[in-house]
Design a protein around this ligand. Structure first.
Ligand code: IFM
Length: 466
């Protein structure tokens, strides 16, 4: 299989997120987050696992940055834990929390790597959840305040800022499906949460601009949706799913309007009471880049009848159902591996939204059944194939005219995979969770060699042209 070729100047990185790697949840004055609470609720997370220790990145970040330096990446994407900076989600910042991110950023920069900072990767301070969380408008104001605190502290050294990671998961998986914190099943409040997240993003963008912090973007996880059959009903189901998964975010952010089929999709759930005149202007503030996370396509069919089992029912029912993607390999997440759909998604978004800013692929990767050999090495050939095939698919999207500037592997380290706990491993580096040792897998060595040879190839081409 051919090694991917991306344009000269294309940036490569890896990504992590605070709750998934840091641990140290009771250290340095950090307050509790909704994920601490969720993990402690029996039956929520596999085997009752928590992020209490995770990869112990809070103490071992130096070792992790050394791994990044050896890997040869241009960028490192990490997230700041809001409850470390503001333990109750508002008010005076916690100096120890800010000092931790100071040290992390300085260490990353000293390794010659550019830090890319995500402000919110799902760890809302529990104190804010207790007064309504994302269901209430005030949380958007609190997020803007928190963003300004972080920007004032790190804006002199961090040049790229991501406001939110995958607000779809926060609002719908968290408030309608209940599989993420806060773990509720609510209809209208889930839609209100989606709106307040967008508003929070827009307000934070304003604060980051005012602090002159650098480039600003948001990370979305749009789905590439395919109908189960060519029937009219299944194609209509795809359009409803497109609104829930993609248009809710893309339309207000990049067209200045809410999706025009909302009434049909949400029915009476959307009472609009949470929208205030002027919100769309705030939400639609221009961005410097768009982060896209992509892993797998989704096949859906029309499902006019509600899920009979109330325990499995989502509170935002759009009368669709997921169908397995037959005939392809699946990762240990149960996700089908279909790299061409990565090209298709990017081209499709580019055509639907002509005003998108340049794109960074802020996550892509695969969870595999990694089994270390006697010497502790993980020969993760499936992960290498996944990454190579997706980078080739990305390169085809760029050839088709999509403006993509960078790519991050999810993830640098095996880490806490939310409700699945620790047995879904996405890392380029294996983490021994007992000893907290790091062991680079074959995919780490592949990515390192690929980055070095890609750079050398591009330099040679430029020299030839010169
Ligand atoms: O681990 C998550 C990450 O936190 C958000 N995007 C998807 C990843 C894999 O599920």
């Amino acid at each position: 299989m051919e090694e991917p070729t991306l344009p000269a100047g294309f940036l490569f990185g890896t990504a992590t997120a605070a709750y998934q790697v840091e641990g140290g949840v009771r250290e340095g004055g950090r307050g509790p987050s909704i994920w601490d609470t969720y993990c402690r609720t029996p039956g929520r997370v596999a085997r009752g696992e928590t992020g209490d220790v995770a990869c112990d990145h809070y103490h071992r970040y130096g070792e992790d940055v050394a791994l990044l330096a050896d890997l040869g990446v241009d960028l490192y994407r990490f997230s700041v834990a809001w409850p470390r900076v503001q333990p109750t989600g508002k008010g005076r910042p916690n100096p120890e929390g800010l000092a931790f991110y100071d040290r992390l950023v300085d260490t990353v920069l000293a390794a010659g790597i550019e830090p890319v900072l995500t402000l919110y990767h799902w760890d809302l301070p529990q104190a804010l959840e207790d007064v309504g969380g994302w269901r209430v408008r005030d949380t958007a104001h609190r997020f803007a305040e928190y963003s300004r605190v972080v920007a004032d502290r790190l804006g002199d050294r961090v040049g790229r800022w991501i406001t939110l990671n995958e607000p779809f998961c926060t609002s719908f998986v968290g408030h309608a499906v209940g599989r993420h914190a806060p773990g509720t099943r609510e209809g209208t409040p889930a839609l209100a949460a989606a709106h307040h997240l967008l508003l929070a993003h827009g307000m934070a963008t304003g604060e980051l601009r005012a602090a002159d912090a650098g480039e600003v973007g948001i990370t979305l996880n749009p789905d590439h949706l395919l109908p189960a059959t060519d029937s009219e009903a299944d194609r209509a189901a795809v359009e409803r799913a497109r609104t829930l998964h993609n248009r809710v975010w893309f339309d207000p952010l990049f067209t200045g309007a809410y999706p025009d089929n909302e009434d049909e999709v949400w029915g009476e759930l959307a009472d609009g009471s949470y929208r205030v005149e002027g919100d769309l202007e705030i939400i639609g503030r221009p961005l410097d880049f768009l982060g896209i996370n992509y892993y797998r396509p989704l096949v859906v069919r029309d499902a006019p009848h509600r899920e009979p089992d109330p325990a499995r029912r989502t509170a935002v029912d759009i009368r669709t159902e997921q169908v397995p993607f037959a005939g392809v390999r699946h990762t240990t997440m149960g996700w089908p591996v279909v790299p061409d759909t990565f090209t298709d998604l990017l081209v499709d978004l580019d055509r639907r939204y002509p005003d998108l800013p340049p794109i960074l692929i802020t996550e892509n990767g695969s969870a595999e059944d990694d089994r270390p050999d006697e010497s502790g090495r993980v020969h993760d050939t499936d992960r290498i194939a996944y990454l190579r095939d997706h980078l080739n698919a990305l390169s085809r999207a760029i050839d088709a005219g999509v403006d993509v500037r960078g790519y991050f592997v999810w993830s640098l380290l095996d880490n806490f995979e939310w409700a699945f706990g620790y047995d879904r491993r996405f890392g380029l580096v294996r983490v021994d969770y007992e000893l907290l040792e790091r062991h680079p897998k074959d995919s780490y060595h592949w990515y390192r060699d690929f980055l070095a040879s890609h750079r050398a190839r591009r330099v040679d081409e430029l020299a030839d042209r010169g």
